[in-house]
Design a protein around this ligand. Sequence first.
Ligand SMILES: [Fe+2]
Ligand SMILES: [Fe+2]
Length: 376
Amino acid sequence: MTDNNITKDAMYEAVAPDDFESMLQLDRYNARSTAFDKIISATHDHFWDPLDKKYIDFDEPFDMENEALLPEEMVGALHTKYVSDILSDPKDRIRFINASTLRSLSSILHGEQGALNLSASLCHVLYDQGAQEYAANQTREEARHVTAFAKYIKARWGKPVACSPVLQALLVDIIGSPEVYKKIIGMQMLVEGLAMGAFATFFQKLNDPLGRKLMQLVMTDEAFHHKFGKIWADRTVPKLSPEEHIIIEDWAAHCFQTLLFNLVAPSEQRDLYEEFGLDPDKVIAEFQEMATDESRREDMKEATNIFRVLIKTLLNAGIITDRTRAFYGMYVDMDELKAEGDRMVGDDIAEDGIKYLQAINFKDRPANAPSALAAE
Ligand SMILES: [Fe+2]
Ligand SMILES: [Fe+2]
């Protein structure tokens, strides 16, 4: 077992990805951790099937030509005078908003594929069977997310667009990495945290009932995935040496920067601008002007709100110290976050979704069963 994993708790003990022999140790079989059992068994409560119309029906129509999927405030480029002037025809604006939404949803689809492969890779390295069963269960849930987002994109646009190079590089890095801390921070805390924020925002802002339902169903699963990362942090961060803390804190900041860049950097959207006859350099230049304008920046807060959940997770987990605090402070008000307490923006949406699923899954079970999300 290698120290590079920064393992501080037996249930996150890990071996090399190709070390199957270790799995055959006899004393391992009776040492299964029970820490994840409640999360694993809760999976039945929030079961759903993207191929079963009882849960979600991807044939529900939406008028893509005449209706915008998102309000204009959600699409940064439309805040620039240059883009707003050229796309003055309401129909062009709708087309632009919907094309921009395809970019976001394609990122999510590729992220879900990354989560599927990453959780499968955790099965190979985690030594504890309880942790392995958790990871196998997550793999299964991520697989239905890939199916569901692929079906939604097919229904609304036909097909997804390519993964951006920065997101791809991050996913390749964490899936291939033998270090467990890189996987858990990169995926369970950062990507899952961003996903919870993005899904909550899309749930609130999407103009398409099918899209909103998709977000809620996925959130019923993601809330638990995010929790797995939180349990790891609770059991790991307090025991880190100062050197290890620096490694973890820097890795988290690196992942955050990559995800932020992928999501909001106008340089990542060049092909979208070109598709609409816009000069990408002009759009990027106006974006930069906007970033220095206080009132315009307020307008843009909506887009960075997506990062609140994940910054809050890192903050509450004790991963962010004064070394990197200012870096995150550029995007959200850190004192405000600290004062908000533990509750996450997506928790209520996920809980309502779980109730909806329980009603379908357990028609005959008495009401007022305890909330599955409270499981830890
Ligand atoms: Fe997922
Ligand atoms: Fe997930």
